[in-house]
Ligand binder design. Structure first.
Ligand code: NDP
Ligand code: AKG
Ligand code: MG
Length: 423
């Protein structure tokens, strides 16, 4: 077996050895089927792109049911330590029970490694069936804050001593009389910080600048949640103006011009900024945003938002380009260099062990990983193979049920097709 080497990060620069050791978590439910297929595709692409000069040496780390069965722990410390040490990892989905039971291991991994950005690119592959008329108009990059918000899981259950204390504090110390049913409420807390917002918005703007994108949209529900989602918007605009000055034009600047010189002057200023290649930093309230991504998707490019909004938006947008079977993602800390690549979808438990589901989300998460390593040639091979395979209408059940004349193949067979079509 090839002895690999660790990826290291020094002074913010990643050193990737030719034989890179990459930890992986197989995942629960359909995870093992998907991982078996996706890992073969990634290996084949690297082999083909670099004639064996580069390679991935997989290192399994445990989480979820497999970890519980083997170690008694759902998320062993050793898994966290290994990922911290090896910097980059890729994972299949992990189950989180609804209501009671363990808290999300997926969220725990993001929090423990401080992977503050969840990047979920949403783009249409030609030929993929879609419920919208022009899926090719969707080309967005979701930057979802990944460590805070109501998603952090700070909450107390109805009827407990703890929730009584919290309700008592809110009512008697803070003078709040708006809890409709205080005796029978569970309570959740929504922390949204300036630091958390700034590092997320910074990563979105940096991405937009590096990739030549036209706009960054801050999506929030700041009209209702003024000091969390509203502050996200305000801090986002302040950061854009303070750190990116004449590289951006914000709608905050636009509003100031409207006030001082009228709307025509503001429109003119925005037009000049666009012509000069400045990134337009704008915002949208989350409910209307969900309508506009359907009706006017071309207007959105990079999207920066908080954790729960980002969760909803990523599944909704995935639907527009063929569904959750082809929706990749990456959890990244741009400061430490740590990253875990994972699909947007979950464990799809009803299909577990059937070798049936679409492995594309994990395969494409793997291409994000290859890009992150600088192994773009391998990533491009997979993208081309994906185009070719879908064009030939050889697809898994999720696409086959929406495509005329498709040949339905299993998860593993779809991987075989991708490998065959790498040329
Ligand atoms: N990051 C993670 O690890 C995530 C974990 N989860 C966890 O997964 C579990 C199940 O969640 P659930 O809400 O059912 O969502 P899932 O994403 O697991 O599945 C919902 C539906 O999406 C479709 N789907 C999912 N994956 C694929 C795929 N690879 N190929 C084709 N279709 C797919 C299937 O649709 P159809 O029925 O139409 O065929 C499936 O029934 C929960 O415990 C949840 O917490 C959820 C999201 C992310
Ligand atoms: O952690 C989970 O189980 C769900 C997470 C999720 O839906 C997501 O991150 O998109
Ligand atoms: Mg989700």
């Amino acid at each position: 077996m090839t002895q690999g080497e660790k990826i290291t990060v020094e002074n913010g620069k990643m050193n990737v050895p030719n034989q890179a050791i990459i930890p992986f978590i197989e995942g629960d439910g359909t995870g093992p089927d998907i991982w078996a297929a996706a890992s073969r595709v990634l290996e084949a692409a690297v082999e083909k792109a670099y004639n064996g000069e580069k390679g991935i040496v997989w290192k399994e780390v445990l989480a979820g049911q497999k970890a519980k069965d083997n170690t008694g722990e759902w998320l062993p410390e050793e898994t966290l330590e290994t990922i911290r040490d090896y910097k980059i990892a890729i994972k299949g989905p992990l189950t989180t029970p609804v209501g009671g039971g363990i808290r999300s291991l997926n969220v725990a991994l993001r929090q423990e490694l401080d992977l503050f950005t969840c990047l979920r690119p949403v783009k249409h592959f030609s030929g993929v069936p879609s419920p919208v008329k022009k899926p090719e108009d969707v080309d967005m990059q979701i930057f979802r804050e990944n460590t805070e918000d109501i998603y952090a899981g700070i909450e107390w259950e109805e009827g407990t001593e703890e929730v009584k204390k919290v309700v008592d504090f809110i009512q008697n110390e803070m003078g709040v009389n708006k809890i409709r049913f205080p005796e029978t409420s569970g309570i959740g807390i929504k922390p949204v910080s300036k630091e958390g917002t700034e590092r997320l918005v910074r990563s979105a703007i940096e991405y937009a600048l590096n990739e030549g994108k036209k706009s960054v949209t801050l999506v929030h529900k700041g009209n209702i949640m003024k000091f969390t989602e509203g502050s996200f918007k305000a801090w986002g605009y302040d950061l854009a103006e303070r750190e990116y000055g004449d590289k951006v034009f914000t709608w905050k600047e636009y509003d100031q011009i409207v006030e001082e010189k009228g709307r025509e002057a503001a429109d003119q200023a925005q037009k000049e900024a666009e012509d000069a290649g400045r990134i337009i930093v704008k915002d949208a309230i989350a409910d209307i945003f969900l309508q506009q991504i359907l009706t006017r998707p071309k207007e959105f490019d990079v999207v920066a938002t908080m954790n729960l909004n980002g969760d909803y938006i990523s599944d909704a947008l995935a639907a527009q380009v063929g569904g959750i079977g082809i929706a990749p993602g990456a959890n990244i800390n741009y400061e430490s260099g740590h990253a875990i690549f994972e699909a947007t979808h979950g464990t799809a438990p009803k299909y577990a062990g059937q070798d049936k589901v679409n492995p594309s989300s994990v395969v494409l998460s793997g291409t994000l990983m290859l890009d992150h390593l600088g192994w773009r040639e391998a990533s491009e091979l997979i993208h081309k193979a994906m185009d070719k395979t879908i064009a030939s209408k050889v697809v898994t059940y999720d696409f086959a049920r929406l495509m005329d004349g498709a040949t339905e193949v299993k998860c593993s067979e779809f991987a075989d097709e991708l490998i065959k079509n790498m040329d």
